[in-house]
Every structure is written in C-alpha cells, then in structure tokens.
Design a protein around this ligand. Sequence first.
Ligand SMILES: Nc1[nH]c(=O)nc2c1ncn2[C@H]1C[C@H](O)[C@@H](COP(=O)(O)OP(=O)(O)OP(=O)(O)O)O1
Length: 181
Amino acid sequence: MIEATLCFPLRDGADTGDERAGSRDGGTSPTEVLLIEKRRGLGEGWYNGPGGKLEDGETPRECAIRETREEVGLEIQPADLEKAGELTFLLDGEGHTFCHVYRTATFEGEPRPSPEARPEWVPIDDVPYDRMWDDDRLWLPGVLEGRTVAGEFRFEGGEPLDEAAFVDHDLEWDVEVVRER
Ligand SMILES: Nc1[nH]c(=O)nc2c1ncn2[C@H]1C[C@H](O)[C@@H](COP(=O)(O)OP(=O)(O)OP(=O)(O)O)O1
C-alpha cells in the first residue's frame, strides 16, 4: 500500500499580509485553510492539501513537512504539526493508499506556487468540495474544526484511483491513537 501525507496549514483570515500569518492570535479559531490546486499526478486539477508519498526512510511527519516545503514553500517545525487523521483508501477491495493527515496553525513563509501546486487560502466555511476528492467533504470539515478522524474509503473501477468511483466509507471521530502519532 502506498503511504502518503496531507497537510492543512491554517490561519486567521484577518492576518492576511502579516509575515507571521501562521501564528494563532490569543487562541482564536483559524478561519482559513491553505489548499493547493494540484497541477500534476493523482488528483490533477482538483483542490487538496499539500502532501504526497513517503520517501525511503522518511517518517510521515517528515514527509508532510518536506512536501509542504516543496509544493508551497512554507516551513513547519515538527512539533507544530498536529496529527489529525489516518485515512485508508481501498481500490476494488485492496488497500491502495494509507494517508496521514496533519494540520498546523504555526509555520513560516508565504505560500508560493510550484510545478506541482498552485496555493490558495480559502475560508474554512467555503471550501470547494465540488472540486476535490469525493471523500473530502466527509472528513475535512471535522479536521478543520480540530477533531481527529480515522476513515476507510472504498473506490471501485480500477486504476487510476482518481478515475474510480467512490462507493462507501466508515468513519470514526475523536480517535486518541491518531493524535499521539
Ligand atoms: N481519496 C483521496 N482523498 C484525498 O483527499 N487525498 C487523496 C486521496 N487519494 C490520494 N490522496 C492524496 C494523498 C497524497 O497527498 C496524494 C498522493 O499523490 P502524490 O502527489 O504523491 O501522487 P502523484 O501520483 O502525483 O505522485 P508523484 O508522481 O510522486 O508526484 O494524494
């Protein structure tokens, strides 16, 4: 099974233009999430968080930090990355991808585009679910509210995964084991 990551940087919309846009202000909830429009590979043309596949010898946390740096140019410290979910994507009954989901409200830098990704801050209340993977509308709202999730999502119809049909799912919320990793 492919092991991959997704990372969702969060900020208060009022911080727009601030160098330290990522730091939370006195505990207020973030209002915007940094999504990317994926320019190539799996899910091309759709919105998602920065992320990608683990490289040899890399931990999921290291992968999420590297992919976020490579795709949108933000720097994240390992301790600032909060584990928010573990998602299993099955294709035709077989494990296809295991995805570690992270979020962070603390990072350095300003998002910039790369060959893989065009970054865009979007209001948490206005995430473009109609331009994302079909499963995202089921788990991303809770992740953006600060919850943890474990999910299994079944696709059918053969490779590639992004052309298969999403058929059903199981979700478990507020999962302690997810938060610990
Ligand atoms: N059903 C799904 N819902 C979702 O939100 N993200 C998914 C998903 N299935 C896969 N992903 C994400 C996880 C991971 O961040 C990414 C994997 O895509 P990659 O960018 O690693 O793949 P590519 O085929 O583009 O790889 P490269 O050729 O190595 O760039 O897609």
